[in-house]
Design a protein around this ligand. Structure first.
Ligand SMILES: [Zn+2]
Length: 366
């Protein structure tokens, strides 16, 4: 095929469209250059048209992908953020509930499990050096105690409360006497409860007026002022001058800002005898405990203590399991051989987590 060098492009175009031979067969001779140019231009237009469609298609696809991404990506990101936020909120809620429980326990005067260094185990049982007990053991007033029977002292902290009446009813039902370490609560309803405690033969002791650690243990003067307030209140309501004390948080508490030697020495000077405990019902734990857990802890604790068990209960609002557990505990203790339930009196050996070396201690353990 004799194709002019300059028509090379046109020949390719003619081959492509199948018309170049026909044009030559018509004897028109050399096809004018302009014809090739026209064909080239047409081909280019077709080419460029196809390219444009491809570009448009590509652009459309890109737009669709961009739109999808624009809508889907924020949704995915939001879902991921939401999920991580939910996890964070869950963790924060857990922390809040743990902290609230810690505050409640602090308010309830319970120190058990708050500090690993304290001398009270997680279940509230005293794990320090036990008080030496022998035939010659005398009480804090210097008189010999009766070792004939094992003593169980049921003690209730933080009352009076809406539970106190029921606790008193149960004690009356079984004809046993207990000890109430009360707080300062004003009002006619409370006055009746303070009076019922003493009228029905129970021992009334002090557990501070305010039960606010920051106040009571803020300074020795604060401690003295608080003590005077609760002592006066009890005397006003009951006519009984109280001489027994239980430190909020126990004598081994770690929330005091002043050394405990100050308050302890002051109580000694005032002839006020303080009592801790060697069995804990565990009813002020962070985790709510069932009636059966309270029964089991008390009974195993009482069995572990050889001579005198001072059992710590909480007579505060919401301690329903304590009330429910009480009849079974009393029944089981009364069924123990050579064991009796007694209120704290001057015959009771003080159970103490922390002591100040001095004249009172000599009296306790001669
Ligand atoms: Zn308390």
């Amino acid at each position: 095929m004799n194709v002019p060098p300059d028509s090379d492009a046109g020949g390719r175009s003619g081959d492509r469209f199948g018309i170049s031979g026909g044009q030559r067969a018509a004897g028109q001779g050399r096809v004018p250059v302009s014809g090739y140019v026209k064909l080239d231009a047409d081909a280019d237009r077709v080419n460029s048209g196809a390219d444009r469609r491809r570009r448009v298609d590509l652009l459309k696809r890109l737009i669709v992908v961009a739109v999808i991404l624009a809508f889907i990506m924020p949704t995915i990101i939001s879902l991921l953020v939401l999920r991580s936020l939910k996890v964070s909120v869950g963790r924060l809620e857990e922390e809040i509930s743990e902290l609230s429980e810690a505050v409640e326990r602090l308010d309830a005067g319970d120190t058990v499990g708050m500090n690993e260094n304290r001398r009270v185990s997680v279940d509230g049982t005293y794990v320090g050096e036990p008080i030496t007990w022998s035939e010659g053991t005398v009480n804090s007033y210097g008189s010999r105690i009766d070792n004939g029977k094992k003593k169980v002292c049921l003690t209730f902290d933080d009352g009076p409360s809406s539970n106190t009446g029921r606790v008193l009813d149960i004690l009356k039902e079984y004809d046993v006497k207990a000890t109430f370490f009360v707080l300062g609560k004003e009002g006619p309803g409370y006055a009746d409860l303070y009076r019922r405690i003493t009228d029905e033969g129970h021992t009334i002791g002090m557990h501070s007026y305010s039960h606010r650690y920051d106040e009571i243990y803020g300074s020795l003067d604060n401690f003295k002022a608080d003590l005077e307030k609760i002592q006066d209140l009890i005397y006003d309501y009951t006519g009984v001058w109280p001489v027994y004390y239980r430190f909020p948080g126990g004598s081994s508490n770690r929330v005091n800002r002043i050394p405990m030697e100050g308050p302890i020495s002051f109580l000694n000077e005032e002839n006020i005898v303080y009592y801790d405990w060697n069995v804990a019902a565990g009813d002020a734990d962070t985790v709510p405990v069932s009636k059966q857990q309270i029964v089991d802890r008390c009974i195993s604790g009482i069995n572990r203590v050889p001579h005198e068990a001072v059992v710590l209960f909480h007579d505060s609002e919401g301690k329903r399991s304590t009330v429910e557990a009480l009849p079974e505990i009393i029944e089981q203790v009364l069924a123990m051989p050579d064991t009796e339930i007694v209120p704290i009196t001057e015959d009771t050996i003080p159970i103490r987590h922390v002591k100040v070396t001095g004249e009172n201690e000599d009296m306790e353990e001669q």
